[in-house]
Ligand binder design. Structure first.
Ligand SMILES: [Zn+2]
Ligand SMILES: [Zn+2]
Length: 286
């Protein structure tokens, strides 16, 4: 149950930027970023009904969403974008390859170039940073507000120095930890699929995510969410312990896992230390 009191608590900090995963995984992804009165989704891989139901838990109507930004064209990220536009007239913002791969109407879609700043409001912008992912022109998004940044990174087989530079020192980082290496290689998938998942164009393993995070977290990094865990080849406790092993004492903030059924929690970015301590990781479920 979504607590009304929790939403009221959140609204007290209306000028912070917040990140809430409506759900992540191979059966659908969508992340809500709120900043003041503005609300955008990164990805919409759910049916219209699922999106409506997940937002309702936060007392938000789909018509309140200002835009849907897409990372890439795979169905679990962009498969529900067109229905959301048709049903609630929500604009879609994505790059050209994603738009054409999803057969979106180009004239109704705002097309960005990778690394072009997407300004949503006066002090709320998102930067699309390219990441390697097979057959897709995939991007991570780094959202910024009031001098602080939060990132949503998913579906990448490896990282680039460019991505590391943009994530360095972000206050919040949501990033995929898709598979445990041993579970994948000892599991039932055919070897061609195992190779594809673990290739440069596939997904990050828990260890790769941990190694990458060790390169980008700073003392400014307050929260990490691990996303898009494979239900077959991973488990929350394995993902968390693998990543924390690599982070060692580099990170002392809040680390959580987003699974397929959300929303479960919200992270705020751009607050003072005292405010963050009082609201960090508000749980949406009563
Ligand atoms: Zn995906
Ligand atoms: Zn993908």
């Amino acid at each position: 149950m979504t607590s009304k009191a929790c939403r009221d608590d959140i609204s007290k900090f209306a000028m912070s930027m917040s990140f809430t995963h409506l759900g992540t995984g191979s059966r659908g992804n969508s992340t809500l970023i709120e900043c003041g009165d503005y609300k955008v989704l990164v990805d919409q891989g759910f049916s219209g009904r699922q999106l409506e139901r997940r937002l309702a838990r936060m007392e938000i109507k789909p018509s309140e969403i200002n835009a849907i930004l897409l990372t890439h064209h795979h169905g679990d990220h962009g498969g529900g974008a067109a229905i959301a536009t048709k049903r609630w007239d929500i604009p879609i913002i994505c790059n050209y390859k994603t738009a054409t791969s999803l057969n979106l109407e180009i004239e109704k879609t705002r097309i960005f170039e990778n690394l072009e700043v997407i300004k949503i409001a006066e002090d709320f912008a998102l930067l699309p940073v390219p990441v390697p992912h097979s057959g897709a022109d995939n991007v991570a998004f780094v959202a910024s507000h009031n001098g602080e940044r939060g990132a949503v990174v998913t579906d990448l087989g490896s990282w680039t120095n460019e991505l590391a530079n943009h994530l360095h020192g972000c206050q919040h980082i949501s990033i995929e930890a898709n598979y445990d290496h041993n579970k994948l290689w000892n599991g039932p998938y055919p070897s061609s699929l195992k190779e594809r998942i673990s290739s440069r164009g596939g997904h990050l393993s828990n260890d790769q995510t941990g190694q990458f995070l060790a390169n980008v977290v700073t003392e400014n990094t307050r929260s990490i969410v691990l996303t898009h865990l494979s239900e077959q080849n991973n488990a929350p406790h394995i993902a968390e312990s693998s990543v924390l092993y690599h982070l060692d004492d580099l990170f002392e903030g809040d680390i959580r896992i987003s699974l397929q059924d959300g929303p479960d929690f919200t992270h705020h970015v751009g607050q003072s230390e005292a405010e963050l301590n009082s609201i960090e990781g508000i749980y949406l479920r009563g």
